[in-house]
Ligand binder design. Structure first.
Ligand SMILES: [Zn+2]
Ligand SMILES: [Zn+2]
Length: 428
């Protein structure tokens, strides 16, 4: 592999054999070996995915993103779900849920739904196309690193899959209220969800960065990047010697220009503050109603728990379990697990680091599914508007609950799992 940057080589660069990379979860250095087509290399110490060899990755990711882009427009131009009740048919566009929140004076929830199911998914697809299209033809797009960093930051907030679960639950809840007619948009959304996931899975991120050689003379396998005085770039994964940082420990990556940090700055303090606020907000989130069903002029306010109890009374056990698991069990477990990991890091404990890293990985992954109840409320509020017959109004509990989910997601993102490993001697 040539060390000089040449625009023609960009689409075929990626990782070269023998190159050192640092695990992003435990900081251990590994030297890159040839992975067979489709093969995935895992960290020998913590089990995190290191790199993957995906044949024709750029072409695949480009095709999938293009298809997802088209489906996105179909999903937003055609009717989403129509409701038929006593001879009236009400057609709804996908965005009516977000709009309904806004009209009911709960703009903050409307914004949350709009960002996580419309704007971020759209910007992720558009951003990837902006990067992949020129790369496919051998050109590097303007400000690629900044765009890529933005796309990466938005990825955890693309919650189309969670939203689809919310749609399923809402349809079941609506069945005895009206007949539900799924629209083209709903099917497009299912396709969009699958295509976005496939586009993400088929993207080998190392391919978009040109190869670059910094002095890496000795082999550092078995040591961590920090022990070798190296810093892994969060954006392009390049290992940069600490000598390139200024006296305050700041510096930019020579390949992509991103700011370099050995560990996420103030990780423990920020995570702790967010765990604390989320725990406080969890109380009003469960005390106040998340929505009120008004039927024939009579209101029936529901908290998260009483909503689940209603479902059980109606014989919908499976649904009640999903709601209870996503809205109560997941947030509570997330807060408990993060606090536990913070305490062990603070106490410099060295036991079971691999298990603690796995626990963190799972916690970070499942957190977004708590949003499902917010989506159910959004969909029901947006759809059910039969005048005097029945309407559904959102409750203030939903706002508190939305805040809990968002803050716990931020808490997990601000924690740096490499801190778990910093107190541990390197493997023999
Ligand atoms: Zn690792
Ligand atoms: Zn970089």
């Amino acid at each position: 592999m040539k060390s000089k940057e040449s625009t023609k080589d960009i689409s075929r660069s990626g990782l070269s054999e023998g190159e050192l990379i640092a695990c992003h979860e435990c900081d251990l250095l590994h030297s890159v070996k040839h992975a067979p087509g489709g093969g995935k290399a895992l960290c020998t110490r913590c089990g995190a995915a290191l790199y993957q060899n995906i044949p024709n990755s750029l072409e695949r990711a480009l095709a999938l993103n293009l298809a997802a882009f088209m489906l996105f427009f179909m999903a937003n131009l055609f009717p989403f779900i129509s409701l038929k009740t006593s001879g009236r048919i009400e057609e709804n566009l996908f965005l009516s849920g977000a709009l309904a929140f806004y009209r009911q004076g709960m703009g903050e929830l409307g914004l949350l739904v709009f960002l996580t199911t419309f704007l971020f998914p759209l910007l992720i697809i558009a951003g990837m196309l902006y990067i992949l299209l020129p790369l496919r033809f051998g050109h590097r797009p303007w400000r690629m690193a900044q765009i890529f960093r933005l796309v990466r930051a938005m990825m955890p907030w693309n919650l189309v899959a969670v939203f689809m679960l919310g749609v399923l639950i809402s349809i079941v809840k609506l069945i005895d209220l009206a007949s539900v007619i799924p629209g083209i948009s709903l099917y497009s959304f299912v396709g969009l969800m699958i295509l976005s996931a496939a586009a993400h899975a088929n993207m080998d991120h190392s391919l978009i960065w040109p190869p670059i050689k910094l002095d890496q003379t000795e082999n550092g396998s078995g040591l961590t990047a920090a022990e070798r005085n190296l810093i892994g770039c969060h954006t392009c994964a390049l290992l940069v010697p600490e000598t390139r940082l200024n006296d305050h420990g700041h510096g930019d990556c020579p390949r992509c220009g991103s700011p370099l940090h050995s560990r996420k700055p103030n990780s423990l303090t920020r995570t702790r503050a967010m765990i604390f606020s989320a725990s406080l907000l969890f109380i009003p989130a469960n005390v106040y109603p998340v929505m009120t069903v008004i039927q024939f002029g009579r209101g029936d306010p529901n908290t998260i728990l009483s909503g689940a109890v209603h479902l059980i009374e109606g014989g919908m056990w499976a649904l009640a379990m999903i709601i209870l698991f996503a809205s109560i069990v997941v947030p509570v477990l997330k807060l408990v697990v993060l606090s536990f990991i913070l305490i062990t890091v603070k106490k410099k404990s060295s036991g079971r680091a691999r298990e603690r890293t796995l626990l963190f990985r799972v916690t970070e992954g499942v957190g977004a599914w708590s949003m499902v109840d917010i989506y159910v409320v959004a969909i029901l509020v947006g759809l059910v508007n039969f005048g005097t017959l029945s309407t559904i109004q959102p409750g203030i509990g939903a706002t508190f609950f939305g805040a809990v989910v968002v803050i716990t997601m931020f808490a997990a993102h601000s924690f740096d799992p490499r801190l778990i490993w910093d107190n541990i001697g390197r493997p023999k």
